[in-house]
Design a protein around this ligand. Structure first.
Ligand code: PEP
Ligand code: MN
Length: 339
């Protein structure tokens, strides 16, 4: 962190700043220029609130030269993280496709979809048991029964399962879930992130609707700082002024996240576009741009789906998507190195 002092700064105040920094295990290197004095803070500045320093009378400006996330940062972990999910490896050059219904609706619905997406080449099964809905009157999910059905579908197909947790109180129900999803609306539920950091479960962390890339990485840092390094990032579209799609898919986050972090990145073209016919083109673009995988909503009867039918692919459409994605995989951009 670099601190630029105002001209004619008060020496006493500089001494007290130095004392305070010392108490935080930081030292400072002073460079006296002709007009300006610049301090270089030496040590771990991740716990320092730069606005606190900026607010001091003697300070003109403060610049961070190092990101406040350490564990999620590629600088300190140059090789790609590969998350092992019950034998399925996510990250480090492997391309995975997570597919399944938005919500678990019944045994028949889930098993039918699970078997068909497996046949098409999906490597993991998704399905919401707890559903974060905008309206309290919309279908809220099958909850604990939904998780039971996901476990049955796993037995049937062998596909590891991904499902969303909405609240800490639900955690005991997730003992046998392979990947716990943190939905966009919970990306900054810091107590939830801290608790998940104490588990050893892989976490699919979705980017918040109006969160920046660095905020997503800080949320990953919350989980990782608790000791759980199995974090998989997910871009699912952000809110912009555009209304033609449900959200705006920020595919440029792929090269940015790959540069800043070693964590795998999964793209969700279903929630970002919100329209089934837009899902395939964006899935192909994500694969070409070097994502580590996709998460796609698939339903056997989209018009009658209890949630997100408009953006759900039929099993046949999904089958075609997988074929096309696999065909372009060899040409996809590759980042980082395998650990
Ligand atoms: C979902 O995956 O079904 C979901 C609700 O996702 P998001 O949190 O991205 O809206
Ligand atoms: Mn959905």
């Amino acid at each position: 962190m670099i601190v630029i002092l105002k001209e004619n700064y008060d020496k006493e105040q500089l001494n007290s700043l130095e004392k305070w920094l010392k108490s935080m295990n930081l030292s400072m290197q002073i460079s006296n220029g002709f007009h300006q004095t610049v301090l270089g803070l030496v040590g771990d500045t991740s716990g320092i609130d730069e606005d606190l320093i900026k607010a001091l009378d003697i300070v003109e400006d403060v610049k961070r030269v190092q990101e406040p996330y350490k564990k999620a940062n590629r600088k300190f972990h140059p090789k790609d993280t590969v998350v092992d999910v019950d034998g399925v490896k996510i990250g480090g050059g492997k391309f995975n496709i997570i597919a399944g219904p938005c919500s678990v609706e019944s045994r028949q619905q889930l098993c039918l979809i699970a078997e068909s997406v497996k046949k098409s080449g999906a490597t993991l099964l998704r399905g919401g048991a707890f559903k974060p809905r905008t309206s309290p009157y919309s279908f809220q999910g099958m909850r604990a029964d939904g998780i039971e059905l996901l476990l049955e579908a796993k037995k049937l197909t062998g596909l590891p399962i991904v499902t969303e947790i909405m609240d800490l109180s639900q955690l005991p129900l997730f003992d046998d879930v392979d990947i716990i999803q943190v939905g966009a609306r919970n990306m900054q539920n810091f107590e939830l992130l801290k608790a998940l950091g104490k588990t050893d479960k892989p976490i699919l962390l979705k980017r918040g609707l109006s969160s920046t890339i660095d905020e997503l990485l800080m949320s990953a840092e919350y989980i990782m700082s608790g000791g759980n390094s199995k974090v998989i990032l997910c871009e699912r579209g952000i809110r912009t002024f555009e209304t033609a799609t449900r959200n705006t898919l920020d595919l440029s986050c792929i090269p940015v996240l790959k540069e800043r972090s070693h964590l795998p990145i999964i793209i969700d073209p279903s929630h970002s576009t919100g329209v089934a016919r837009y899902v395939k083109p964006m899935a192909l673009a994500a694969a070409a741009a070097g994502a580590d995988g996709l998460i796609i909503e698939v339903h056997n009867d989209p018009p009658h789906a209890l949630c997100d039918g408009v953006q759900s692919l039929t099993p046949d459409e999904f089958d075609d998507l997988v074929k096309r994605v696999r065909a372009i995989e060899p040409y996809a951009i590759k980042y980082g190195r395998e650990s």
